[in-house]
Design a binder for this molecule. Structure first.
Ligand SMILES: NC(=O)c1ccc[n+]([C@@H]2O[C@H](COP(=O)([O-])OP(=O)(O)OC[C@H]3O[C@@H](n4cnc5c(N)ncnc54)[C@H](O)[C@@H]3O)[C@@H](O)[C@H]2O)c1
Length: 347
């Protein structure tokens, strides 16, 4: 039985990590912690475990084998590295970290201390995305030409456990906005679906509408529009937005030389192939998670499987590092207003 600690007891811990550990037959939640100790105590009561006063106290527990890091973005690297050095396996939420150097250090530390590092890129685990990866690999739509992927909703203030003064809008704690919060999911997903890295990026980030608690424009981007060139030759766009005040958009369309793949783009079928010869194929593998409709993400299962089998997870730190190179290229492109080539595009 693996003994688990959870660091950060906010929304993602409550809707995903804690319930998925609780359901897992190989896990036992031992302790939780949060900067808000009342919150940690409340969760500890709910999950019949201990509330620790700090991440350090939790990591000092020799009995803990593995931890989830569900804290504000700017603390991901420091907490993860401390946990790895303390001998714990780590499931860290996305975005992996807020500098590329930190991301690299997380991977290096996991390797040095021979621990598993998994990043919460749960979109890879959706059944439809796994099906699409197989369909593309088997040539169902021919050569991939162009694609569009979007993840757009009304913003984290409708999501975060704290409804006022949320850390997502505090640049010191979040570092960046929609690009790192939502864009990373789709950039990582496209590398996974096409099984090839982004090799150059041109992007625009902007704060178009979102206001903070004092009604001032937020200091991080509420939109990012990225144009990405893949190693295999295709071009595509990723749109990440916190200002989509209608229904959430979380879908992908891929055009190939033999037809088009529509992914989570239809109310009934999670994947449709529209072929060049007019034929269509319809698949219903699963529904996508939305802020309102949380389904089991499978990220905890993937983490525990990697620990128990020692086999690399599709969500491992090295894969995430590769996706983060593309995210940082987008960021640099938006700052420099020019196309950025990714020199090291290893996956
Ligand atoms: N994989 C996904 O789809 C997904 C979805 C939402 C959020 N996330 C990520 O999960 C992480 C947490 O986000 P959330 O939505 O739960 O936010 P939240 O605001 O709901 O909760 C964050 C919690 O972490 C605590 N916290 C912050 N920094 C801490 C620290 N250094 N030590 C201990 N506790 C700390 C806060 O007090 C709060 O309780 C973020 O990195 C976010 O990007 C991932």
């Amino acid at each position: 039985m693996l003994k688990i600690g959870v660091i950060g007891c906010g929304k993602i811990a409550q809707v995903r990590h804690l319930p998925e550990y609780l359901e897992h037959s190989e896990c036992h939640i031992v302790a939780v912690t949060d900067l808000n100790f009342d919150r940690a105590q409340e969760i500890a009561r709910q999950y019949h475990c201990q509330a620790d006063i700090s991440a350090e106290a939790l990591l000092d527990r020799p009995e803990i084998d593995a931890v989830s890091v569900c804290v504000a973005n700017a603390d991901h690297a420091a907490v993860t590295i401390c946990a790895l050095k303390a001998g714990k396996h780590v499931l860290c939420e996305k975005p992996m970290a807020v500098t590329l150097e930190e991301c690299q250090k997380m991977v290096d530390t996991a390797e040095k201390f021979d621990r598993i590092l998994v990043i919460g890129h749960n979109q890879r685990l959706l059944k439809t995305h796994q099906l699409v990866r197989r369909l593309i690999a088997s040539g169902e739509i021919g050569k991939v030409l162009m694609w569009h992927s979007c993840f757009c909703h009304g913003g984290p203030e409708n999501w975060s456990i704290d409804k006022r003064n949320i850390w997502f809008f505090d640049q010191k704690r979040s570092a960046y906005g929609a690009l790192f919060d939502l864009g990373i999911h789709k950039i990582d997903l496209m590398q996974y679906l096409l099984d090839e890295p982004v090799c150059s990026a041109f992007a625009v980030t902007a704060t178009r509408d979102k206001k903070g608690a004092e009604n001032q424009p937020i200091p991080v981007e509420d939109n990012a529009l990225c144009m990405l060139h893949m190693k295999g030759g295709s071009w595509g766009t990723v749109h990440a937005s916190w200002t989509c005040y209608g229904n959430e958009r979380n879908s992908t369309v891929i055009d190939g030389s033999l037809g088009t793949l529509r992914i989570y783009d239809h109310p009934v079928y999670s994947c449709i192939i529209e072929r060049k010869n007019g034929e269509k194929s319809f698949y219903q593998a699963d529904g996508i998670q939305t802020n309102e409709n949380q389904t089991r993400s499978g990220i905890v299962d993937a983490f525990i499987r990697a620990i128990l089998t020692g086999e690399p997870s599709v969500n491992d730190g090295r894969q995430a590092l590769s996706s983060m190179r593309a995210v940082f290229a987008c960021l640099k492109s938006s700052q420099m207003q020019s196309k950025i080539e990714i020199i090291d595009s290893r996956m």
